[in-house]
Design a protein around this ligand. Sequence first.
Ligand SMILES: C[S@@+](CC[C@H](N)C(=O)[O-])C[C@H]1O[C@@H](n2cnc3c(N)ncnc32)[C@H](O)[C@@H]1O
Length: 246
Amino acid sequence: MNEIDFYDKVGKVNGWNFSELKCESEGVTWNFYEEVQARCNHSDILLDIGTGGGENALKIASSLCLLIGIDLSRGMVETAKSNLNHSGLSNVRFLQMSSENLQFPAEFFDLVSNQHAPFNPKEVANVLKKGGTFLTQQVSEGDKLNVKKAFGRGQSFAEKDGTLKERYIQELKDAGFSDIQVHDYDAIEYYQRPEDLIFLLQHTPIIPNFGQERSDLHILNNFIETNQTEKGICTNAKRFMIAAHL
Ligand SMILES: C[S@@+](CC[C@H](N)C(=O)[O-])C[C@H]1O[C@@H](n2cnc3c(N)ncnc32)[C@H](O)[C@@H]1O
């Protein structure tokens, strides 16, 4: 199954909701949507690219004049619209759209945010106002390293850590962004119960086609046994964040 079909399937049933998952983290040095919110004014229009079920973006909508969330997956957008209906907010719209073709007027947005989804720096530069801010958080290649090593496969497993970050920094410069600030963390995560780790692996593309290979269950059991600690089943969450200005 390709990644967008996967997101479509997950989007319909779960959106991007991990709120029930029991996981303790040590070493997380920022919360992405709090960073976005800190840069928002009540007169601002924000575009959130790859918004999933809008779960995170909706939390900061009341700090804005207008929030527009886009996602390529129809299933995610359906869930985002349902989440919006339950929120009581009236200043939010969700649209099915690709990050590769942003169908908005030039210089329309004060801010553009993007967490764990692809973006196209030239497209962002076109729809962002001069003086506007773009903020992205991405999953580093070194994320969930012990899990990927155990399975012998995984998202960006073969790629050198830092590759995506360097590529995005260069592409942002080429698209006209300046004052580019970069932050990283590599946090420890403890999943409290096996079902928490299983939920994560079933609803994210960390291990592609998780559960479909004959040996997956055996590998998972071994992984849990080897990485079980008093605090939970141990792995890592490696992230980078880029703030860039036009
Ligand atoms: C890992 S989820 C992140 C959801 C949300 N940003 C969050 O962090 O809560 C990635 C999302 O990006 C969407 N996506 C993937 N490729 C995309 C593209 N080219 N344009 C827009 N959305 C895309 C997926 O459908 C999925 O909903």
